[in-house]
Design a binder for this molecule. Structure first.
Ligand SMILES: C[S@@+](CC[C@H](N)C(=O)[O-])C[C@H]1O[C@@H](n2cnc3c(N)ncnc32)[C@H](O)[C@@H]1O
Length: 305
């Protein structure tokens, strides 16, 4: 997606600068006008810098991708193993705690079509979606938290033990290893499947979606919560945040700057809402409904099998 040329911020800055530098500016303008012109000049310059920093495509970190540029599963697993102990806190800080709201929206959608059989939270990570499902769904539903990274599952199990006394409903979640590329589940055995911030890390989206289609029963539901492409005006600021701020701060929190360089690339390259909806349809799902969250930065797709 191309950005508009940076003429607007440059022109605004230049005009304000010229007005401020005219010899008679002190007689012509009040102090308030001076202040407004200075602020506009500064905003124009900062916005121009943001536009410059956000142009072009970032290339994937080579060691994290396979030949075709898709995430390499071995590297992805080892990355999540490394960051697992600091995953939750880094997520909270880097999303300014908004990730909690996004997962709440996902759960609210699941509850609107209450599943009564087996519910799988794929790429469950440290288990937050699985825990919220266990709190929200009736005791009759079986909940499985599945991930291919044992380090992340260990974090989920530790949290489950800690919270179980206060909330016994969490004890019924079964955390198990499973690869989204070859799910260890029988055909049509799942009532609803959620995948939150996991799909973009899978080696092949089409294969992962085909597997989800295979295991969800006819009439069952799929919910995909994932980063998406934000609204056009918000994109430059967002890219600067992803490319420069996120790896730096996350690197300080986890001691693994490289991991977050890969993660921000995977976010930058992920399809927009319409394109992901098309891929979900292509996998055989119907009634695909994308919902934009937070200036389009995150998308929640709901589909029926
Ligand atoms: C960004 S975390 C998301 C965790 C959690 N769902 C959340 O909302 O915080 C991505 C997770 O996807 C898992 N993952 C990546 N590829 C996978 C695959 N092929 N099969 C299963 N899990 C996978 C990783 O191990 C990691 O735990």
């Amino acid at each position: 997606m191309k950005f508009p040329p940076p003429v607007v911020p440059l022109t605004v800055s230049a005009v304000c600068f010229v007005l401020l530098r005219t010899p008679a500016s002190h007689d012509l303008f009040s102090r308030t006008t001076h202040l407004v012109l200075s602020v506009l000049c500064a905003i124009g310059i900062v916005y121009h810098i943001i536009l410059l920093l956000s142009t072009g495509q970032r290339h994937p970190t080579k060691e994290m991708t396979s030949g075709e540029g898709a995430p390499d599963p071995t590297a992805v697993r080892s990355l999540f193993d490394r960051i697992a102990p600091r995953y939750d806190i880094t997520n909270r800080v880097m999303s300014f705690w908004f990730d909690l709201q996004w997962r709440k929206k996902l759960i609210a959608k699941v509850v609107r079509n209450p599943p009564n059989g087996r519910v799988v939270d794929l790429a469950t990570g440290s288990g937050d979606v699985a825990f919220a499902l266990a709190r929200a769904l009736p005791a009759s539903s079986e909940i499985i938290g599945m991930d291919f990274c044992q380090g992340m599952l260990d974090q989920a199990i530790i949290k489950q033990r800690q919270m179980q006394t206060a909330c016994p409903a969490l004890g019924r979640i079964h955390f198990q290893q499973g690869d989204g590329m070859a799910l260890p589940l029988a055909d049509s055995s799942v009532d609803a499947l959620t995948v939150s911030f996991g799909l973009r890390n899978m080696a092949s989206r089409s294969k992962a979606l085909a597997e989800m289609h295979r295991v969800i029963r006819p009439g069952g539901h799929l919910y995909v919560l994932e980063f998406s492409q934000p609204w056009r005006w918000f994109r430059p600021m967002y890219l600067v945040y992803l490319r420069f701020v996120l790896p730096l701060v996350a690197g300080l929190l986890t001691g693994d700057k490289k991991a977050y360089q890969y993660l921000n690339h995977s976010i930058e390259c992920f399809p927009n809402r319409a394109a992901l909806a098309a891929e979900i349809r292509q996998a055989g799902f119907t009634r695909v409904e994308p919902q934009a969250l937070f200036f389009g930065l995150v998308a929640l797709h709901h589909a029926v099998n």
